[in-house]
Design a protein around this ligand. Structure first.
Ligand SMILES: Cc1ncc(COP(=O)(O)O)c(C=O)c1O
Length: 382
């Protein structure tokens, strides 16, 4: 268990922030690193062209460690939508095949697949939400020899229900389909190991559970796709681009591994420096320790909220860091407004109230949350 890390953040004592799934607050260390990166642009003569690459490689190595695979397999991207498009452009799908995704899945991991199916005359199938939120079983029931791609998250962004990716991978190994993951609501707070799950592509934005800046993300690319087509025809991914003087010796060859998929203008020292500082802290805490600590907290909160009629996926089917709870009687907007008046922040996605703490939530925040929920229901029942 990790003790409260609130001191590492700029969170006033009267704010209780249970909304990491929306956006994590930046740690002081991340803001400092971002500021140092921005200062290089303030004084560009201090920003050497070699640093264009060192910032990228540092972030790539750290991201590889969080994914559980070599940095050679990691590319730097601006968003999940960008990463999903890379995967969609490279995976073969033919007439009559199927791409599977989940009902109410986040749209960045939907639109590129819908387009892909339209273009290939393939079927795009949204797997209906199982009443018990056992997505693993539902996905396995849908996989067959016609499945070209399974495009899913590790944890559902609305309910916190989690998927056994090892079982999905094993099924796809038998049928031959590809696995594309959006890890934005799990990587950094839920154990993931690319060397075991072996996704074809796994994508993650940095601004939630990787605790970094907005407009940055990573895509993990299995070596079997290292010869694929990047989204852009940019110069910085070419062999020899490190030599700025020789850039007009135009070259077709791309850099090694997943680097060919890096976005243009990737070398943003503010963004990359911030992401690296955040990843360093996450690795230092240890993802399993983060996960266990958050699980203990969400278990307590879930238990207290069950008393007021909230329910969610069975404990063994939900991710430890994530609560997405349903209540059949209350107006969620009114409920959230009640909490917000007391500076307690949560969010709603689909039919569920989403409560997603991180190590900055301490016992006092938890007590205030539960007291505020009790006062809402007190008024509600009167
Ligand atoms: C599951 C999931 N994926 C992706 C994103 C962000 O997607 P993008 O980077 O395309 O804006 C979010 C944001 O809420 C999300 O919850």
């Amino acid at each position: 268990m990790i003790a409260s890390q609130k001191h590492l953040f700029d969170i006033p004592a009267d704010v209780a922030y249970f909304n990491n799934a929306y956006m994590s607050p930046l740690m002081h260390s991340v803001v400092t690193a971002m500021g140092e990166g921005v200062a290089l642009k303030q004084r560009p003569w201090t920003y050497g062209s070699d640093q264009f690459f060192t910032f990228c490689e540092t972030a790539r190595v750290l991201a590889g460690r969080v994914f559980g695979g070599p940095s050679e397999n990691v590319a730097i991207i601006p968003s999940v939508s960008y990463g999903t498009q890379i995967a969609a452009n490279n995976l073969p799908v033919s007439v009559g095949q199927t791409i599977l995704a989940l009902e109410d899945q986040f749209p960045s991991h939907i639109y590129p697949w819908q387009d892909k199916c339209r273009a290939a005359n393939a079927e795009f199938r949204l797997i209906a939400k199982p009443s018990d939120e056992d997505w693993t079983t539902a996905i396995l029931e849908n996989i067959d020899r016609d499945t070209a791609v399974v495009a899913i998250p590790q944890t559902h962004w609305s309910s916190g229900a989690t998927i056994d990716l090892v079982k999905i991978r094993a099924a796809l190994d038998k049928t031959g389909g590809a696995l594309v993951l959006d890890l934005t609501q799990s990587l950094g707070a839920q154990v993931f190991d690319a060397s075991i799950v072996r996704p074809d592509f796994a994508i993650c934005a940095t601004y939630k559970w990787l605790m970094g800046p907005y407009s940055l993300g990573f895509i993990y690319v299995d070596p079997r796709w290292h010869e694929g087509e990047p989204l852009e025809r940019n110069w910085i991914n070419r062999q020899g681009s490190v030599d700025f003087k020789g850039l007009t010796r135009y070259r077709d060859e791309l850099q090694s591994g997943a680097r060919r998929y890096d976005m243009g203008e990737k070398s943003n020292p503010g963004q990359l420096g911030g992401a690296s500082a955040a990843l360093t802290q996450i690795l230092d805490w240890g993802v399993a320790n983060i996960s266990n600590t958050l699980a203990a907290q969400t278990d307590r909160i879930e238990g207290a909220m069950a008393e007021f009629g909230f329910s969610g996926p069975r404990r063994e089917l939900r991710a430890g860091h994530y609560l997405g709870l349903y209540h059949s009687e209350i107006d969620l907007n009114a409920f959230m407004a009640h909490l917000a008046r007391e500076q307690i922040f949560v969010s709603a996605r689909g039919p569920n109230l989403r409560l997603t703490p991180h190590l900055y939530c301490d016992d006092a925040d938890e007590a205030r949350l539960i007291a505020s929920i009790a006062s809402f229901f007190d008024a509600f029942s009167r």
